[in-house]
Ligand binder design. Structure first.
Ligand SMILES: [Zn+2]
Length: 255
């Protein structure tokens, strides 16, 4: 049986978590990294991790989309909680930059960068890997991560330019593949250009995927990420599962 790890899932946002976890186990999911986006979801992620030891591994973060809802007190409270709970986490995430114009309207670049720098400093201080969002901000995100002296970073659902991808891989960082690997051209190109030992699988659930047939994802959909990535790399699914699972165990220091 295949063993796969969903390395980036918003489990707090699933309506029916337990049935989704049962389905995931049946599909071969042996571990899930549950990422938080703000103070409230970070608290939930810790709770979900506590009630599923061995299966669910928390990561705490502050997503750039959340910054429009926060003043500096809100940001500080979130950072403080992440630091308090950091020994219970496998990573800092989801964090990053997003230069989509709808996001910039509520969270200007400078605010995003300043916040990210604080989060990166935490990750660096406690020697944690990071799970990073970089939509339309690939170069700035990479540069901040590198400048912060981060040792391990996964650029999740990477869709950026080949030049930045090259820098990411040369710096020892990695990327992860979502179910969008079935159809999204930029994401498919990034996966093709990444060696299998620098690749993780994820769902980013409950994101809605699909072009004609849209569906709301859950961790069991990691099999779509696996199949699509294996096809793109021209290797069989079991080899891809083994490789990406080994990568994830090493990256997040899962035991
Ligand atoms: Zn996410």
């Amino acid at each position: 049986m295949l063993e796969v790890i969903d390395t980036h899932a918003h489990l707090d946002a699933l309506e029916n978590l337990e049935p989704a976890l049962t389905k995931a186990r049946e599909a071969g999911v042996v571990a899930i990294v549950a990422v938080g986006s703000n103070h409230q979801t970070n608290q939930k992620v810790i709770g979900i991790g506590d009630s599923h030891p061995g299966l669910i591994h928390p990561a705490l973060g502050l997503h750039p989309w959340e910054l429009g809802n926060l003043d500096s007190n809100g940001i500080n409270l979130t950072l403080k909680f992440i630091e308090e709970k950091i020994s219970q986490t496998v990573a800092v995430g989801e964090i990053g930059l997003d230069y989509d114009k709808r996001v910039l309207k509520i969270a200007p670049k400078e605010l995003q960068k300043e916040t990210l720098k604080c989060l990166l400093a935490l990750a660096r201080q406690y020697n944690k890997p990071i799970s990073i969002h970089s939509r339309y901000a690939w170069k700035d995100t990479f540069e901040l991560v590198k400048e912060a002296g981060i040792e391990k970073a996964v650029f999740h659902w990477f869709t950026g330019f080949s030049g930045v991808l090259k820098d990411i891989l040369e710096a020892g960082y990695i990327i992860s593949a979502t179910p969008a690997a079935e159809y999204h051209e930029e994401h498919r190109r990034a996966i093709k250009e990444t060696p299998p030992d620098k690749l993780l699988l994820e769902t980013d659930c409950p994101v809605t995927y699909g072009r004609e047939n849209k569906y709301r994802s859950q961790p069991a959909d990691i099999i779509r990420s696996l199949k699509a990535a294996a096809a793109l790399k021209g290797i069989d699914e079991s080899t891809m599962a083994q490789q990406t699972t080994d990568n994830a165990i090493k990256f997040f220091r899962l035991d």
